[in-house]
Write a protein that binds this ligand. Sequence first.
Ligand code: NAG
Ligand code: NAG
Length: 343
Amino acid sequence: MFWSALTVGALFGQYASAQNMLRFGCSQLTIERADPLVSPGQNPAPHTHQIIGGNSFNLTMEPAVYDPPSLSTCTTCTYSEDFSNYWTASLYFKSPENGTFQRVPQFANFGLQQDGGMTVYYMPYSAKNGKMTAFKPGFRMIAGDPTNKQNKYKPSICHRCLGNGEGFAPCDAKDTSELPTKFCPGGIRATIIFPSCWDGVNLDSPDHKSHVAYSNGGGLGTPNCPSTHPVSIPQVMYEVMWDTGKYSNTAWYGSGKQPFVYSFGDSTGYGQHGDYLFGWKDNSLQKAMDALPAGNCANANCGVLKIQSAADAMKCKKAQQVVEDVGQTGKWITELPGGVAVN
Ligand SMILES: *[C@@H]1O[C@H](CO)[C@@H](O)[C@H](O)[C@H]1NC(C)=O
Ligand SMILES: *[C@@H]1O[C@H](CO)[C@@H](O)[C@H](O)[C@H]1NC(C)=O
């Protein structure tokens, strides 16, 4: 959940540089059925996403042309030069009593101040000699796969039942691929870890994946990028803190059952996925990555980056471009947006 420099040092002793990473909050920008990466221009996209980052987010974001830093006027992220967009599916509670849905809101991660959204990390696990190459303008990628129905992405995509003792590495033995099948008093944390190696050429690929690779079979990387993808890039990770604490009826959980479903109809959690669209201004991300080894750039306090107040980050909002009710906080809806079937 929260890693102080100390816990991180203890947990990742083998990665000396891991204490220096960016870890920051981004508040909600919008929640809507938009997906410029997988379904560009489609209005509406098949399922609901919760989206954070620069307010130039739109339905097309044409590859190689769209420039979020010049088109955005604000960002929901702590680092105000970060106009990237980050998104995942939304989570819904489906009442076992009457089948109606309530969107599960997100809460701020430990030590951060934000309104919904996620925690974003840029980590140096694949860095050889401390060096990493920041993403280039136009870079995009996806981790996970909404069509996946098996326990297949565990080191990269996982869920943690919070409120049972925290403080372990992401996607470790305490975490499950599945949505937890017991009541989680402290909420459910979904983790999405992206690859940390790049082919050095392509900003994207038809599946939005093959231009990047994990150095370690998935999950947190090592400084061993494969020869096909030799360039060490920052390892991006999302943490989504789902506020499930009020769904406390223990009859809803156990023997393989639990009451939550992702917006694309997945009630297992195996299909959880994340989308990344790079949009840092000029060379700001490279500057930060270069400053990591010296130790004066860590978490949400990276001295070489511009930092905005939580209040300013929370003020940045974007009206839905796909206007519909995706489940306002606390409201019950009779079906998942788009009439997506639960499976
Ligand atoms: C997205 O923004 C670009 C650049 O401003 C614009 O050309 C395009 O029409 C927009 N697309 C939509 C669907 O609004
Ligand atoms: C449906 O069930 C939930 C509890 O599972 C309850 O809070 C809600 O009020 C119910 N809605 C209706 C319309 O009965």
